[in-house]
Design a protein around this ligand. Structure first.
Ligand SMILES: NC(=O)c1ccc[n+]([C@@H]2O[C@H](COP(=O)([O-])OP(=O)(O)OC[C@H]3O[C@@H](n4cnc5c(N)ncnc54)[C@H](OP(=O)(O)O)[C@@H]3O)[C@@H](O)[C@H]2O)c1
Length: 336
């Protein structure tokens, strides 16, 4: 198998760290590895497969001789550096929102639209983490019963806002338990022992950016401009793995038995649906797993052909780094 020259852009971040651990776990064929972050991290060392690598500051000339760039350093950095990645002849798989809705950039979840990978012009976008966690379990149902409408409410972990946000939850929890005033640096409101509407900008119509991403990206990934979706995105005080309550309306009646059967056979999902034990998907059990957990299946009596579900998925893995590496494996024909 051909070994690739790989660069990780944003390697010191929550997603960057996950890139390293998944590349190692999947034995990804790497000839040379370049670890890139901001000037703040330049000169620090990171260990990968028994070798110490010095972190370099990401610059326009960082990509000479590189085949694959896995990027998660924020949208502004991706926008600035993508032209240099493409010019160097490398493929950029980008975790930021910079290019997701660009018609020339495929937006890919390998379990759903792998064929789009091969339409790229140097950049492939990884969808938003909440979108991936929602669509991996919904696509198998969509394929057999055509979902026309989705209502979703999210319960999103602090790690979705990066490494510093996870620290903020830990620090605030300590501060509150010790009777001190919690320090706010990353989030606008106290996150420990609280929850609030997702911390992305609110637009004129009242939706926040996270909700808009879920709506728009679903249409692009499914290649279905008619699908209707409304989202409410909420940040909750847990460290890792997003959960979502999903209410779907299908174009035909689909029984719960059929939904269960479809989900059991679907790639990338694990059915967790034990009514007797009141045992359903939980973020603590989704953490560190590749599959999205799905369960709490019910027929929705309030609409025609409606199904209610609950999902939990590790958004740093399937919602970000793992999805990107799966795209790379397909793009470079690498067997995991
Ligand atoms: N967290 C998630 O669940 C998730 C899921 C999907 C997508 N994403 C997206 O992935 C991106 C990163 O998220 P994250 O959670 O990993 O954030 P993070 O923990 O805050 O990490 C940010 C990374 O970007 C680097 N960086 C910042 N400014 C830079 C610059 N000017 N040049 C080069 N590198 C720079 C940082 O390096 P330093 O350490 O040197 O500052 C760090 O490695 C964001 O666009 C986010 O929306 C995140």
């Amino acid at each position: 198998m051909k070994e690739l020259n790989v660069a990780i852009l944003g390697v010191t971040g929550a997603v960057g760290e996950e890139f390293l651990s998944i590349l190692e776990q999947r034995n990804f064929p790497i000839a040379r590895l370049k670890l890139l972050a901001s000037g703040r991290s330049a000169g620090k060392w990171i260990r990968f497969r028994e070798t110490e690598y010095a972190i370099e500051e990401a610059k326009p000339n960082s990509f000479e001789g590189v085949d694959l760039v896995l990027s998660s350093a924020g949208s502004a950095v991706s926008r600035q550096l993508a032209p240099h990645v493409v010019k160097a002849g490398a493929l950029m798989i980008d975790n930021t929102s910079a290019f997701r809705m660009d018609p020339d950039v495929p937006l890919v979840i390998p379990e759903i639209n792998p064929e789009d990978i091969f339409k790229h012009h140097g950049v492939i976008a990884n969808p938003n983490c909440s979108t991936i966690i929602m669509l991996v379990p919904l696509f198998p149902i969509y394929r057999v019963a055509k979902i026309g409408r989705i209502v979703v409410a999210t319960y999103q972990a602090t790690s979705g806002a990066g490494r510093m946000a996870m620290e903020e939850l830990k620090n605030q929890t300590r501060e509150v338990l010790e009777g001190r005033t919690p320090t706010k640096k990353v989030f606008p409101y106290q996150i420990a022992f609280n929850l609030f509407s997702h911390n992305s900008a609110i637009k004129d119509d009242g939706f926040c950016e996270e909700e808009i991403k879920m709506m728009r990206e679903t249409r692009k990934i499914f290649h279905d401009d008619a699908i209707r979706l409304v989202a409410t995105a909420i940040r909750i005080p847990i460290l890792r793995a997003h959960s979502e309550a999903l209410f779907i309306e299908c174009e035909r009646k689909i029984s719960l038995d059929e939904v269960r059967q479809v989900l059991r056979e679907a790639p990338g999902v694990r059915l967790v649906d034990d009514r007797e034990k009141n045992y359903f998907p939980m973020p603590i059990e989704a953490t560190g797993r590749d599959e999205v957990l799905v369960g709490r299946l019910r027929e929705d009596p309030s609409v025609e052909n409606g199904i209610a579900l609950f999902v939990s998925g590790d958004q740093l893995r399937k919602g970000a780094a793992l999805n990107a590496i799966q795209i790379a494996e397909l793009a470079f024909k690498i067997k995991p």
